[in-house]
Structures are given as C-alpha cells and as structure tokens.
Design a protein around this ligand. Structure first.
Ligand SMILES: [Zn+2]
Length: 124
C-alpha cells in the first residue's frame, strides 16, 4: 500500500477516518474507538498505551490556546483576572473533551506518516 501525502492523512484525521484507507471510522461512539478498521483491518491501538501521545496534542493545544487568549484579553483588552478566570477554566475543561477524538485521530495519522513500516505493509 502506498503512503498518501501528509495533507491527505490530516484530512482523514479531521474526518475521523482510518489513516491507511480513509474509509473506516475510528470511533464507534463519542469516546470509544473501534479496535480495527472495518474496511482495511488496520489495528488502531498498536500497543497498550499507544494513544498516550494524543494527550500531548490535546494538552498542548489547550494550553497554547488558553495562554494566547489570556495574554490577548488580559493585557490587550485589560480584562481583570477575576472576570477572565471562569471562562478560561471552562475552556480548559470543555475544549479538551470536545477535541479528544481529533487528538487521537491526529496522533494515529501523524504516526502513520512518520512510521511507515507497519502502517503501509499489507500485514497489520
Ligand atoms: Zn482502514
């Protein structure tokens, strides 16, 4: 199987589809993943704790967004901390929950891009 370009892999991640074939769905419910791709039989969780790396993506994006929002609103618009904190704390809870599936999809897509051996061989 030929490895597609990074843009295609990222597109599949944002559609929550299998990085290898782009057809099978990654998730069967909001938080639960399929074990294997229903189309190409790729095993999604390659090892125990495989998706731990997706937490770095989710945390990094949440922390970066919160920091940028804080700096812009506190220092740019002079909004006091007392008014800003409830919204930023709410964002820090809601955003990673909603982005959870996309962080996992991005993780497996990026892994398939950089680790070419197992994803693109015919055995999965
Ligand atoms: Zn597939």
């Amino acid at each position: 199987m030929q490895k597609p370009p990074l843009g295609t892999l990222l597109g599949r991640a944002f559609r929550l589809r299998c990085p290898r074939c782009g057809m099978g769905k990654l998730f069967r419910s909001f938080f639960r993943m399929h074990e294997r791709c229903e189309s190409c039989d790729l095993k999604y969780e390659r090892a125990p704790g495989y998706f731990l790396g997706s937490i770095y993506i989710n945390y990094g994006l949440t922390a970066m967004s919160t920091t940028i929002a804080y700096v812009m609103l506190h220092f740019g618009k002079n909004i006091p901390n007392k008014e800003l904190m409830p919204y930023l704390i709410g964002f820090c809870v809601i955003f990673p929950t909603l982005f959870y599936r996309y962080a996992r999809a991005l993780w497996i897509s990026l892994d398939s891009f950089f680790d070419t051996q197992e994803f693109w061989s015919d055995e999965s």
